[in-house]
Design a protein around this ligand. Structure first.
Ligand code: A2P
Length: 271
């Protein structure tokens, strides 16, 4: 039978070669700026907790990709991502509309510096995040290896508004209720959420709370010590720069995959 015009209009663009095409399983919207989604994990796809992938969609005839930290741990059979929604964002303006059953593209090789291998052994691991910068830590706090390597794990998450903290609270609840993680994590994990543009019990930028010592008082821990403390930082460029300066002032040095040291940094995806 002759094709109707509609058939042409709705024919999906061909998936490019050499990338995975995965199926969206679940989508949860937190605010008008934030959402998470889960999708199928390709058979044989390996990554280290904390790494990022290039995630994309066909927009018209053309794929558009952006770097996304994988928010699920390496053992999970699905993949999770936490995303901002930018109204005119080349990718996120489309990605924010995905529904279960839709196709999301992913390039084959994950990479990144926010991995346990890039840190020298220590006792206490700080994960400093702002906004969607919590994503790589969502992966790492759900990985048993983190608790094999560290006695104490402190996740700081600073957002403009209280509603933006919800993903982090959801993660804590998931861990507490998880059949095997709950026991492995025990009381090793501390969550330190702070807000900068609304009233909240814990208020202020993490950089200010480190500088004035309030973070340490609130958590009941001693000041930063390069002999035992390790750090991972994920946020905007300005946040990375300012937090890195404070860690360096405390005597910690920046590491990389091929040269482990006391802290590592990675820019959170924006736009
Ligand atoms: P603030 O409200 O004072 O700008 P954004 O959504 O712009 O990425 O910000 C996320 C959070 O990061 C906000 O709470 C913001 O605080 C904070 N922030 C922005 N810049 C810095 C910085 N240079 N150092 C520490 N925190 C920052």
């Amino acid at each position: 039978a002759p094709a109707k015009n509609d058939d042409f209009a709705q024919k999906p663009a061909a998936i490019p070669d050499g990338v995975y095409a995965e199926t969206v399983l679940a989508v949860e919207h937190y605010t008008d700026r934030l959402f998470r989604f889960r999708m199928t994990r390709p058979a044989g796809y390996r990554f280290r907790s904390g790494e990022f992938a290039m995630i994309g969609l066909m927009v018209g005839e053309k794929p558009i990709y952006r770097a996304y930290s994988i928010a699920s741990p390496a053992w999970d059979e699905e993949l999770e991502f936490f995303s901002i929604k930018v109204p005119d964002g080349p990718l996120t303006s489309h990605l924010q509309k995905i529904k279960p059953g839709d196709t999301v593209l992913m390039r084959k090789k994950p990479t990144g510096t926010l991995v346990l291998d890039a840190l020298t052994p220590g006792k206490r691991l700080y994960m400093f995040s702002t906004g969607t910068g919590i994503a790589p830590f969502a992966s790492l706090i759900r990985d048993p290896e983190t608790y094999e390597k560290f006695d104490e794990v402190i996740l700081t998450h600073t957002c403009r508004e209280v509603a933006e903290l919800k993903y982090g609270f959801g993660l804590m609840e998931e861990i507490r209720n998880h059949e095997f993680l709950a026991e492995i994590v025990g009381d090793k994990l501390k969550h330190y959420p702070t807000v900068t543009r609304e009233d909240y019990p814990f208020q202020g930028r993490i950089t200010d709370l480190i500088e004035n010592g309030k973070m340490f008082t609130d958590l009941g821990v001693p000041p930063l010590d390069p002999a035992i403390d390790r750090g991972m930082i994920c946020g905007s460029s300005a946040m990375l720069k300012d937090t890195k300066e404070l860690l360096e002032k405390a005597g910690l040095t920046e590491g990389a995959n091929n040269k482990p040291a006391e802290f590592v940094i990675e820019r959170a995806f924006v736009g």
